[in-house]
Write a protein that binds this ligand. Structure first.
Ligand code: PMT
Length: 408
């Protein structure tokens, strides 16, 4: 069910005894990596409490259409736009009737009308209600109107809560979760834990001054987003930048190279792919003054000492992930990059020329050459977002290959 990693599933619950199974459904969807929000009808709340679903989903539960407070948080239109999939489980006969008539008389039906996401339903009702001609007509009407964007999971047949036997039981939550997964394509990095470093580090001189560089974080953030869109669970270790926190990515904000190393090492064992796009300071001031250094003579000297090398430490770790570095060079770009590939024990290095103003530091564009021991691939000037997607494709391919042929 790796297809569900990072997917946003809006689960609608309608009134029926099968509503108690929705709690388990939330658990399965979450376990598969989905972000789950729940919308309940009034009837559903007679069978299971919003608190249970809030605790399991980790998100507030929505139920009122005309609730100014809830609308101020995440309104019905935002919920409709948020979802990658709207799943209604259980879907009662009454809900199917209202949906097939295009009613928007509560929060759930309104979201069903407003969303462009695929809609899947898992019907659950008494066998006679399921077989009833009106229910079947309502269902057929929905299939005809909604076409490919509409999916029906089940129902199952068997003994029902009321004692009847026949079709109408809601499918097992695990089967519903697997059916949801089948609606999505498997991403290139589905289910992979991937860490990206981005931005500059700041090395303190005194409480108000630091040494840093021109990295904006744009390249690293674009890579983190491309990896997320390829299905990876992404942790982004970022120096101070002026970029918004990307959605569905775990963001760890750091200042210095040593902070970055601590965060990187905390990921070892879990992380399968590590991509170092950060511009980490090679040196830091030997001492950090406790108070602001006062202006005095014409010259001051700051003694610098070497920082730990984050990416090299990761690449030499006993639980080393597939490790990709970047090389920021101003001359002999490929030669220096090859040296770093070997010295830092990397699986791949992406060399970019930071002497050019149209690419590299702070620009929206970049041009680079990805180099590994047996080959290389060049990327002409393009937006950092486009390059990030192409790099992620290449990294995913090389990573999969490394898993098939591990180095002896
Ligand atoms: O942030 P942007 O404005 O979008 O700019 C993008 C970029 C130019 C910063 C990016 O594309 C890039 O080249 N990043 C690497 C910058 C760098 O520090 O290069 P380097 O050649 O000095 O280091 C080589 C590799 O070692 C890098 O992966 C770096 O993250 C890593 N390193 C370096 C020093 C150190 N102490 N620890 C490290 O992990």
């Amino acid at each position: 069910m790796q297809q569900l990693t990072n997917k946003r599933i809006l689960l609608g619950i309608t009134g029926g005894i099968a509503a108690y199974k929705s709690a388990e459904l939330v658990r399965h969807l979450k376990k598969a990596g989905a972000d789950v929000r729940v919308v309940m009808t009034k009837g559903a709340m007679e069978f299971i409490t919003p608190l249970t679903l809030q605790a399991l989903s980790g998100n507030p539960v929505h139920h009122a259409l005309l609730d100014p407070e809830a609308e101020a948080g995440m309104g019905h239109i935002e919920l409709a736009k948020w979802a990658d999939l709207l799943l209604v489980a259980p879907a009662s006969a009454n809900f199917l009737a209202r949906l097939s008539q295009g009613l928007g008389d509560d929060l759930l039906t309104t979201i069903c009308l407003a969303t462009e996401a695929p809609l899947a339903i898992a019907p659950a009702m008494n066998q006679a209600m399921w077989k009833d001609g009106t229910t079947q007509q309502n269902l057929q009407r929905l299939i005809d109107i909604k076409g490919k964007n509409f999916h029906v999971f089940g129902p199952d047949a068997g003994e029902q809560a009321c004692g009847d036997v026949g079709p109408g039981r809601m499918l097992d939550p695990e089967v519903i979760a697997a059916s949801c997964a089948d609606l999505f394509e498997t991403g290139l990095l589905a289910g992979i834990n991937l860490v990206v470093t981005a931005g500059p580090t700041r090395e303190a001189i005194d409480p108000v001054r630091y040494i840093s560089n021109h990295s904006s974080g744009k390249m690293g953030y674009a890579i983190a987003e491309a990896a997320r869109d390829a299905g990876a669970r992404v942790t982004l270790i970022s120096g101070p930048v002026n970029l918004p926190a990307p959605e569905r990515i775990t963001l760890k904000q750091i200042n210095s190279a040593r902070d970055m190393l601590d965060e990187a090492l905390a990921q070892m064992g879990e992380c399968q792919v590590f991509i170092a796009a950060a511009a980490v300071a090679d040196y830091r001031p030997l001492t950090v003054a406790n108070q602001k250094i006062k202006k005095s003579g014409d010259q001051i000297d700051i003694t610098m000492i070497k920082n730990p090398d984050v990416v090299a430490t990761v690449a030499h770790h006993e639980q080393r992930p597939f490790t990709v570095g970047f090389a920021a060079e101003t001359q002999a770009v490929e030669d220096y990059a090859r040296g770093k590939l070997t010295n830092k024990n990397l699986d791949m290095i992406v060399a970019n020329d930071v002497s050019r103003e149209d690419i590299g530091f702070n620009s929206d564009n970049n041009a680079a050459t990805a180099i590994w021991q047996e080959g290389q691939q060049s990327f002409d000037s393009m937006s950092k977002h486009t390059m990030a997607r192409q790099l992620i494709e290449l990294i995913a391919m090389r990573y999969q290959e490394s898993q098939q042929h591990p180095a002896g």
